[in-house]
Ligand binder design. Structure first.
Ligand code: ZN
Length: 455
């Protein structure tokens, strides 16, 4: 009885207070505006940003866009055009070169995901060495921190050219982060509010979900025909109204900070010394990846963008498809991309190339992973045979494969290319047969003019 009376008195006291008598809580802090970006650039190596600085110069100097940059690696691989420093030491230098280059453009918000520079053309190998999950978590965190309207990144597609696996990995991770940063269940620890933001032991991060609005890609393919008309195109020969010099000249100045890199920083330094900028006058070609606002494919990057945030847009996600009958397809990065584009609503990327293509050096081996699918209820013997132009030889893969019912048999095929590649573009293939019937074939265009990265 006594306890009940005390409880009633306590309730009465609370109910009797007016709002004016209650302590007033401070406003909830807004996201830190110093980190807000209009454009977030996601690339793999220091100097990768130079692929689009002819456009960024316009965006920064004349449109006053805020730009932030994520590098997947510190660029700890490759040669050093300045001295003997290599590997981790080279990465330490290249981080500073990148920070100085971007600071010259007024871009101070620059982060590195910590992946190792992984030379090769296979995106899956780079995702493996980068520790894909950790790199993605950091990319999602930085999208939530920078709250970009637009993300610009490398094209996630296997093309002939330099086609660095790291470039493609940055494009894959940027695409995944674009689609995940607005999902409150993805890396939820990043968005849980701290108990007391001014105290210690606040182990969650207090960010907010963020849905970017547009995603664009760029590529360093050896040919650009398939990129034309697939997105905005920016001339670099226009003169910056605010700076009074062409955008390519501003791009050359930015590139000249990357002095450890013979094919960018040193080239820019020589161009500036000679006053010859012909290598800098190409337009910046972008591919429209996806847009969550109404806009046209080749319109300006900021076309259709309003000031307000947009709600989370879920993606289709992966859907398993049943294999019917017997079939053969390219495996590895090619089968990954086939599923990745569908899962992320990027069907436009599936039609950029009509035939798959690679770039290798004359005499180099060509690895083509194949997948033999058996959607029947019986074991099947599948015979793989190469279809090759003169000068090519089979190193591995030509055999009869027992493929279990309902199973997929992965085969690593290896072809040796001729040592003097002439003509530059050649077509090779594999044919699969079973029970005297052709069940499928693979065709690959090979650019033997290359060199550069191993395939
Ligand atoms: Zn690169």
């Amino acid at each position: 009885m006594k306890n009940a009376r005390l409880a009633a008195m306590a309730l009465g006291l609370c109910a009797g207070l007016t709002a004016a008598e209650l302590p007033k809580a401070p406003p909830a802090p807004a996201p830190d505006d110093r980190y807000k970006a209009d454009i977030l650039v996601v690339v793999a190596h220091p100097d990768d940003e130079t692929e689009i600085t002819g456009y960024l110069a316009k965006a920064i100097y004349d449109q006053h866009r805020r730009v932030a940059v994520i590098f997947g690696t510190r660029g700890d691989g490759g040669g050093n055009a300045m001295g003997n420093e290599q590997a981790a030491a080279l990465g330490a230098m290249r981080e500073i070169e990148a920070r100085r280059a971007l600071a010259s453009f007024g871009v101070m918000n620059v982060w590195f995901l910590g992946g190792p520079d992984t030379p090769g053309q296979d995106v899956l190998r780079s995702l493996e060495t980068w520790n894909h999950g950790a790199a993605l978590a950091q990319a999602v965190r930085l999208v939530r921190l920078t709250r970009p309207d637009v993300i610009l990144t490398w094209l996630p597609l296997y093309v002939a050219g330099e086609n660095h696996g790291d470039h493609q990995a940055s494009g894959v991770i940027a695409t995944e982060a674009f689609d995940m940063a607005g999902d409150a269940t993805a890396f939820a620890e990043q968005i849980a509010a701290p108990r007391n933001r001014q105290g210690i032991s606040n182990l969650t991060e207090g960010l907010r979900p963020w849905q970017p609005k547009k995603l664009y890609y760029f590529s360093d393919a050896s040919h650009t025909d398939f990129l034309e008309g697939k997105g905005p195109r920016y001339a670099t020969t226009d003169t910056s109204p605010s700076r009074g010099i062409p955008y390519y000249r501003l791009a050359a100045d930015e590139m000249s900070f990357h002095l450890t890199q013979g094919d960018t920083g040193q080239v820019a330094r020589q161009a500036i010394a000679k006053g010859d900028f012909k290598d800098f006058e190409q337009p910046v070609l972008l591919v429209s990846g996806k847009s969550h606002v109404k806009s046209t494919m080749t319109g300006d990057i900021f076309e259709g963008l309003g000031p307000d945030p947009i709600p989370f847009v879920p993606v289709r996600g992966y859907r398993a498809t049943a294999d019917a009958g017997l079939s053969v397809e390219l495996g590895g990065p090619w089968s990954f991309y086939r599923d990745f584009w569908k899962a992320h609503g990027l069907d436009n990327l599936a039609t950029l190339l009509t035939t798959p293509e690679v770039n290798i050096a004359p005499g180099e081996h060509l690895h083509l992973p194949l997948l033999l699918h058996n959607g029947t209820g019986n074991i099947a013997n599948v015979t793989l045979g190469a279809v090759l132009p003169g000068g090519w030889t089979v190193v591995a893969g030509q055999a009869v494969y027992p493929v279990s019912a309902g199973d997929t048999y992965p085969v690593e095929t290896v072809l040796a290319s001729p040592s003097n590649g002439d003509p530059a573009w050649q077509t090779v293939g594999w044919k699969a047969e079973s029970g005297g019937q052709t069940i499928g074939s693979i065709t690959m265009r090979v650019n033997l003019a290359g060199g550069g990265l191993p395939q």
